[in-house]
Design a protein around this ligand. Structure first.
Ligand code: SF4
Length: 353
């Protein structure tokens, strides 16, 4: 699949995408009360990504769920005793929850919420690519379909990709990486591993431009630049910190700077501001503004998660995530490998502390 084909597919998806309508304070209050009651009645837990709407993130926290990156979402859902997991995020996150918890019901506010990385890596094309390079260990980013994961040796997220590729490189393994080329290039540079990259990208992070970030830095020279590695290389190069969502949130809390220029989805500002209320956060500029840009630093698919569709699925059981049994078994193996590896890393880190 070429980059142009990928863009056409993404465009088609975005044409159908519908954001929830905006709600009055009274409506929000009523819906939040009803959602809390339904979560209890259904023995359900709400797991939300940092890029979702602040109302959803707050609700997840207030009801004993979690707000986190995709790795922690997977871990949390796997360990929580609730019989239903409601995943507010995008489809691959719901699929991951189902693969890890086949006995549980997994619901999402909408199954239409997808990801340009997932769309840009169709399983048949990817499988053919793997067949052409049988000597390489297949490492796929979590932002992929269950079918693509099933073809992989390892699944990684941005918070553990570097450690896992380092580990493979130390064993002399060559890597076939998919789908995000920017993250892949960053990992390749930082680890020195031999990596063959699929040509995919995130429509949100690809919009950040180094020129705009430099202009902003000239205005605020004291600000630290925080960049997610799904951004283009020229933006990564001028960053003070490059990291996953959790690592960027940690940087806002621990660095001495009072101001930060943040190049990732602006949904993350809710958690950053909550944990570091005295810091000033500035959104890194994107290629366009308003109607002229495709994402404006906010993922159009994450934005599809709203209070109304969340309440609807809790009441009706609609939008259930299902993964075929055989496919689940194959996708579980590389996912388990990642979870076991990161658990052993954490144990080592705890042992060193
Ligand atoms: S922000 Fe990018 S990588 Fe994340 S879900 Fe949206 S399109 Fe996918």
């Amino acid at each position: 699949m070429t980059n142009a084909d990928n863009r056409i597919l993404v465009k088609e998806h975005l044409a159908h995408e519908a954001e929830p309508r905006s709600l009055s304070a009274d409506e929000k209050h009523r819906l939040e009360g009803e959602i809390k009651a339904e979560l209890k009645a259904r023995d359900a837990v709400l797991v939300a990504h940092y890029y979702t709407d602040p109302d959803i993130q707050r609700l997840a926290e207030e009801t004993g769920g979690c707000v986190s990156d995709s790795l922690e979402m997977a871990r949390f859902g796997n360990q929580h005793p609730a019989s239903t997991i409601v995943v507010a995020g995008v489809k691959f996150m719901g699929e991951t929850a189902k693969i890890l918890n086949p006995e549980k019901t997994v619901l999402m506010p909408t199954l239409e919420a997808t990801c340009s990385l997932d769309i840009g890596c169709p399983p048949e094309d990817f499988s053919a690519f793997c067949d052409q390079h049988p000597d390489r260990t297949v490492v796929v980013y979590a932002n992929t379909s269950a079918a693509v994961k099933a073809r992989a040796d390892w699944v990684v997220t941005s918070s553990c990709a570097q450690s896992i590729v380092e580990h493979l490189d130390s064993r002399g393994e060559k890597v076939l990486w998919a789908p995000d080329k920017h993250l892949g290039r960053y990992i390749e540079r930082t680890t020195g591993a031999d990596m063959l990259l699929w040509d995919g990208s995130c429509i949100v992070h690809e919009e950040f431009k180094s020129r705009g970030v430099e202009d902003l830095k000239a205005l605020y020279p004291d600000a630290a630049i925080l960049v997610h590695p799904e951004s283009p290389e020229s933006v990564v190069e001028i960053a003070d910190v490059v990291g996953s969502t959790s690592q960027l949130i940690n940087a806002v809390q621990t660095l001495p700077n009072e101001r930060f220029i943040v190049a990732t989805d602006n949904g993350i500002f809710y958690k950053m501001q909550q944990l570091a209320p005295n810091k000033t956060l500035i959104e890194a500029p994107t290629a366009g503004n308003g109607a002229t840009c495709r994402s404006c630093a906010h993922c159009p698919w994450m934005a599809m998660n709203g209070l109304e569709n969340l309440l609807h699925v809790l009441r009706t059981g609609d939008q259930e995530v299902l993964v075929d049994g055989a496919l689940r078994e194959d996708a579980l193996r590389p996912l388990r490998r990642m979870l076991d590896f990161t658990a052993s890393m954490n144990l080592k880190a705890a042992g060193n502390a």
